[in-house]
Ligand binder design. Structure first.
Ligand code: GCU
Length: 334
């Protein structure tokens, strides 16, 4: 019987398209939330979001499900977040730095060498006493709710020219960073020339030599084929920036309380699944990059990079909200 119900639901969904924004829930209406994603279908966050859609459909007797749009098909993160704000896109995954333009306090988790381990990071993100206010902080101003924070890898520098071992190696190199002041300042302090841009533009900028390099985790390096055009990947381990799962506050509030609760209750296991899949995805990605001839260099003076960026961290923890977040990270680091 379950298969029959699922079949009917699929038919009904494809027949009525994917209305954006949470519609009414009465009269057997079905709502498909559109979730924007800027990476591939192989990514564990994609799989976790698809799974969330299936579970949501079950939990709401078919009233709600989720369609995940991968590969930036709905636009870059900077563009899509505006649509989440006005409710025309329901949900998205977004990198931490983009959030700084809405509330600067998000900066704490985007600073270099802040988290010691993915475990410490997960501990902080699971603690509502620490995260609760931050997650709700742009509901009023932007009508965006942060449903949860996810591990998004450890970021390292890569470039087309040579292995990097110390800050001096980055001199004169144009390195792409995510779009925020903290990321620009960070690469400058690390010795390079910062070039902020959306993820989708990086490949061709590397290919044409507009960029010398970028910084990201192994999964982006491989999945977006950066390993073809910038094959020296060096373990600076400078960042562990989270991704956030966002939802339009209006769309969320339009759901019946029971359905909304069902959705919110599914978030922790969704995040867990995405985080668990991530570690394996990193290993697979690295092996695949090595096959294409990419060179992974672990002979890096990380303490020199850490020392070079310490003043940025200090200067950024400049109010009680950020201090509290930062202290929670220190405590989780142990
Ligand atoms: C990671 C992260 C994305 C982000 C990207 C980037 O892949 O998961 O959310 O967009 O880095 O560097 O832009």
């Amino acid at each position: 019987a379950a298969a029959v119900v699922a079949g009917i639901t699929a038919l009904a969904l494809s027949a009525c398209g994917s209305p954006a924004g949470g519609g009414g829930t009465g009269g057997g209406e079905k709502t498909t939330f559109r979730l924007a994603f800027n990476q591939t279908e192989a990514h564990p966050q994609f799989k976790a979001a698809e799974e969330l859609g299936k579970k949501l459909e079950q939990a709401t007797d078919g009233r709600y499900t989720i369609e995940v749009f991968a590969n930036e098909t709905l636009g870059s993160q900077n563009e899509v977040v505006q649509q989440v704000s006005d409710g025309t896109v329901d949900m998205m995954y977004i990198g931490g730095p983009v959030m700084e333009s809405f509330n600067q306090d998000f900066i704490v988790f985007n600073l270099p060498y802040v988290f010691d381990s993915p475990e410490a990071q997960a501990k902080v993100f699971a603690d509502e006493a620490v995260m609760g206010d931050l997650k709700k902080s742009i509901e009023g101003s932007k009508k965006i709710t942060v449903l949860g924070a996810l591990h998004a890898g450890v970021r390292n520098v890569y470039n087309a020219k040579k292995p990097v071992t110390s800050p001096a190696d980055l001199a004169g190199m144009k390195i792409r960073v995510q779009q925020s002041d903290s990321q620009v300042k960070m690469i400058q302090d690390m010795g390079g020339v910062a070039s902020p841009m959306g993820q989708g533009d990086v490949y061709s900028a590397l290919q044409t030599g507009v960029l010398d390099g970028a910084e990201n985790n192994e999964t982006v390096f491989n999945a977006l084929k950066h390993d073809e055009v910038a094959k020296y990947y060096s373990y600076t381990r400078h960042l562990m920036i989270p991704d956030y799962l966002l939802m339009s506050t209006e769309v969320l509030n339009k759901m019946d309380e029971k359905d909304r609760t069902a959705l919110l209750e599914l978030i922790p296991e969704t995040i867990d699944a995405a985080n668990k899949g991530f570690m394996e995805f990193v290993e697979e990605s690295k092996a695949a990059s090595e096959k294409t001839g990419a060179k992974f260099n672990d002979d890096v003076d990380t303490s020199a990079f850490k020392a070079a960026t310490e003043s940025l961290v200090k200067a950024s923890i400049n109010n009680p909200v950020r201090q509290k977040l930062y202290d929670a990270v220190q405590k989780a680091n142990g």
